[in-house]
Ligand binder design. Structure first.
Ligand code: NAD
Length: 366
């Protein structure tokens, strides 16, 4: 099993300060000598409901990096659920290790037992580095798991629903920027032709948009070009394309000092989590350039809405219908951003925090 090394940074890493800064409820360190499991479950906030968030398995370079990821991602889940109107809290788990080498049935089942011990405060699902098959192993030890295969009553792959939410976010942004949400003839740059990127390209192509795509691997690009007529550019060139809309669907932290200055679009709206390297600095930079930015955690919530639907007996049409609300919420966020003169990411966080705080006050008075 790959070990995350204790680096100089680790010794300087103040876990309690971090937990206090983001105001987490609980952080659980899970370790098991027999299976080699090393995991962190971060429960950020359960005011709205049980903390739901996927389990990421990654070859983290240091333990500090793994803890940081769990803390940051779990906080994002609180906001995503809150702004989507779901009665869910925010949590996330990370397993330290190489998913291609270190995973086993018993490692996943042991992880499932830690989830079970939390008594429903945390509900897990698949994420980067884990699969629906892994969730089947987790399910052997706990019922607090969603994102199961369709054959087991789950919602299956959430990517089409996520892509649909991003599409709604793009259309609402077009309505704001151009006065019409018709995307026919619009030039749209899509970074990343993975699961979400390709579903999104299909929806945009159907509406008559021209796609420019980039990826670091050929397979998705070939489908984008052959099936949907996309033009292909090198990964470094995607930011400076002369397009109407830029849809980041690959990595986080790509909206930073270097790349924002290259943007020529009027709208940024995509699926990738944590697109802004710094929510305040880079959110403001984008706003000051006159670009409409649709907050990532709002428009990529379709996947969460999809797994949430599993609780009441999964019906795919209902998941899609609920995801459609993203359109109106995005328009609301643009208005709030103007009213309060803050960037859209901060406006979305403010709205999400208000729902959590109002619920807490409401609950305390009964
Ligand atoms: P994926 O792994 O299927 O696709 C990501 C794609 O990005 C891959 O094809 C990869 O090669 C490409 N890529 C990586 N680095 C790149 C670079 N520098 N330039 C261009 N392309 C690059 O993942 P996905 O499920 O499609 O998710 C895409 C993004 O959306 C991720 O950030 C993910 O966290 C986020 N997201 C996904 C879902 C979902 O339902 N799948 C839900 C919410 C958020």
């Amino acid at each position: 099993m790959t070990q995350a090394k204790a680096s100089t940074n680790d010794t300087q890493f103040d876990v309690f300060a971090k937990v206090a800064r983001y105001d987490h409820e609980q952080v659980l360190i899970c370790q098991d000598n027999h299976t080699g499991l090393k995991a962190i479950i971060a429960i950020h906030n359960t005011v709205l409901g049980p903390g739901l968030g996927g389990t990421r398995m990654w070859k983290y370079a240091t333990e500090a990096e793994a803890i940081n990821d769990a803390l940051r991602l779990s906080r994002g889940m609180t906001y995503k659920a809150a702004i989507s109107g779901l009665n869910l809290g925010g949590a996330k788990a990370v397993i330290i290790g190489d998913p291609s080498k270190d995973k086993s049935e018993h490692l996943m089942r042991k992880f499932g037992r830690f989830v079970e011990n939390l008594g429903g405060k945390y509900v897990t699902a698949e994420d980067v580095g884990t699969t629906t098959k892994d969730m089947e192993y987790v399910k052997m030890e706990t019922n607090h798991v969603v994102g199961l295969p369709e054959i087991m009553g789950g919602g299956g792959d959430p990517s089409p629903v996520t892509a649909y939410g991003v599409y709604m976010g793009i259309k609402a942004s077009a309505k704001k920027a151009y006065g019409s949400d018709n995307l026919s003839g619009k030039k749209i740059a899509v970074q990343g032709t993975g699961k979400v990127g390709l579903h999104l390209i299909e929806l945009l192509h159907k509406e008559g948009a021209h796609i420019i795509a980039s990826d670091i691997y050929e397979s998705g690009l070939k489908i984008a070009a052959d099936k949907f007529g996309a033009s292909i550019v090198a990964p470094t060139e995607i930011f400076s394309q002369d397009v109407d809309i830029f849809a980041p669907c690959a990595l986080g932290a790509i909206l930073n000092e270097a790349n924002i200055n290259s943007l020529k679009c009027q709208i940024v709206a995509g699926a990738a989590n944590n697109q802004l390297e710094d929510e305040t600095i880079h959110g403001d930079m984008i706003k000051n350039k006159g670009i409409f930015y649709a907050p990532d955690f709002l428009i990529n919530a379709g996947g969460l809405i999809n797994v949430y639907s599993e609780w009441n007996g999964y019906v795919r049409e209902i998941a899609f219908a609920q995801t459609e609300n993203i359109y109106n919420t995005v328009l609301n966020i643009y208005s709030k951003s103007e009213e309060d003169n803050i960037n859209t990411q901060l406006a979305a966080i403010k709205l999400a925090e208000k729902r959590v705080n109002d619920t807490m006050i409401m609950q305390s008075k009964i």
